[in-house]
Design a protein around this ligand. Structure first.
Ligand SMILES: [Zn+2]
Ligand SMILES: [Zn+2]
Length: 76
């Protein structure tokens, strides 16, 4: 199962390879909208570095607070 998953993942990467170096979160952590638009950002929690946090351009704009589900870190 694990091997199959890894192979599928590498195929996916090679198809989009070179375009995006960074992983992207699927949803905004604050409001939950899917991240598709330009201006959205994804980054790992600055405190624990374990959780990929996504923010939509709206929540970035409004400096909406987010809470890391792993360590409870709050911030924009
Ligand atoms: Zn948002
Ligand atoms: Zn964290």
């Amino acid at each position: 199962m694990v091997k199959r998953f890894k192979r599928g993942y590498s195929i996916l990467r090679s198809r989009f390879g070179g375009m995006d170096v960074m992983k992207k979160a699927e949803r905004c952590i604050s409001c939950g909208v899917p991240l598709t638009e330009v201006g959205d950002v994804s980054f790992y929690c600055p405190n624990c570095g374990k959780v990929l946090i996504g923010r939509c351009h709206h929540c970035r704009d409004q400096s909406v607070l987010y809470v890391c589900p792993e360590c409870g870190f709050e911030g924009p």
